[in-house]
Write a new protein. Structure first.
Length: 292
């Protein structure tokens, strides 16, 4: 693992593959550290000729936590009142700064959930830095699409865990609600990842600040229409946290975007899907390289 300073924050990151290969940046979502991109998935991408980098966003994992900002009133923000300490645009600018630190003039970018929102914002704000875009289980910022189901809201606003054991059980309980009903539920792997995340850093206030950035973001739909790079949108048909309408709206807004709606998939990336996801990401990367 390495660290680099970007503006006022320090970002922790890891890389897979050869530095001479095609650059591919993975951006993770709300409340999820970079280990949410499993090692095996990252290695599979590296084996396809990609120099893969995953990183902790601000306020998660081993990157800077903005403790002085306190914990926002998320319930008020969900009702449309209040402000956030920072925005998704700020997180997109963090990502652009990481590209600078890596010495990458541009890269192929894959984002999941909130990471998809950040990847979209990066492509909008810094179009010359993105060679291709993959937006997974994400949405446009339009409140009329991508809304969570009522059962997922209960998970989203559950009180934070108070111990390691509780955090591991909370992860299991959460993904039984928002995970993929059409694929095997790998409880052992989920507990292992949750334990690793807890041991690296556990900060519910930081997660609340990330959620505040999502809840106060503007609708990106019009700006998504300005994106010209090859784009793939992936969404689970059974996603209860970000309804599939968010993925459909994203693909409809980006000219020429391909949409892959996966039956049985919820708000995670089941191991059984990794080979197909890697193939599809690699195909988009190839298109992006061809467009250059």
């Amino acid at each position: 693992m390495q660290r680099t300073t970007v503006g006022d924050v320090e970002l922790a990151y890891e890389s897979f593959g050869s530095p001479g290969d095609t650059p591919l940046l993975l951006v993770m979502g709300l409340a999820t550290q970079m280990v949410g991109w499993p090692d095996g998935f990252c290695r599979a991408l590296a084996d396809r000729g990609h120099h893969v980098v995953r990183f902790d966003n601000r306020d998660i994992g081993l990157s800077t936590h903005l403790d002085d900002a306190g914990a926002p009133d998320v319930m008020s923000l969900f009702a449309g009142a209040g402000t956030a300490p920072y925005s998704l645009a700020d997180m997109a600018d963090d990502t652009a700064g990481l590209l600078d630190a890596l010495g990458w003039e541009s890269a192929h970018v894959v984002g999941a959930s909130m990471g998809g929102m950040i990847a979209q914002s990066l492509t909008i704000r810094h179009p010359h830095r993105v060679r291709s875009l993959v937006s997974i289980m994400s949405t446009t910022g339009d409140r009329s699409v991508g809304s969570p189901a009522e059962v997922a809201l209960g998970v989203l606003f559950a009180p934070p865990a108070t111990s390691r054991d509780e955090a591991l059980q909370r992860a299991v309980d959460t993904y039984r609600v928002i995970g993929s009903p059409g694929f095997e539920f790998d409880e052992a792997a989920l507990r292992e990842r949750a334990g690793l995340s807890f041991d690296r850093a556990y900060d519910p206030a930081g997660v609340a600040r990330q959620l505040a950035a999502i809840l106060t973001t503007d609708d990106r739909t019009a700006h998504l229409g300005e994106i010209t790079v090859p784009t793939l949108v992936v969404h689970g048909a059974q996603d209860t946290l970000v309804d599939v309408s968010g993925g459909r709206a994203t693909a409809a807004a980006i000219p020429g975007a391909d949409l892959w709606v996966v039956e049985g998939m919820g708000h995670d990336l089941p191991r059984e899907l990794w080979p197909d996801v890697v193939d599809r990401i690699s195909a988009v990367v190839q298109r992006g390289e061809g467009a250059r």
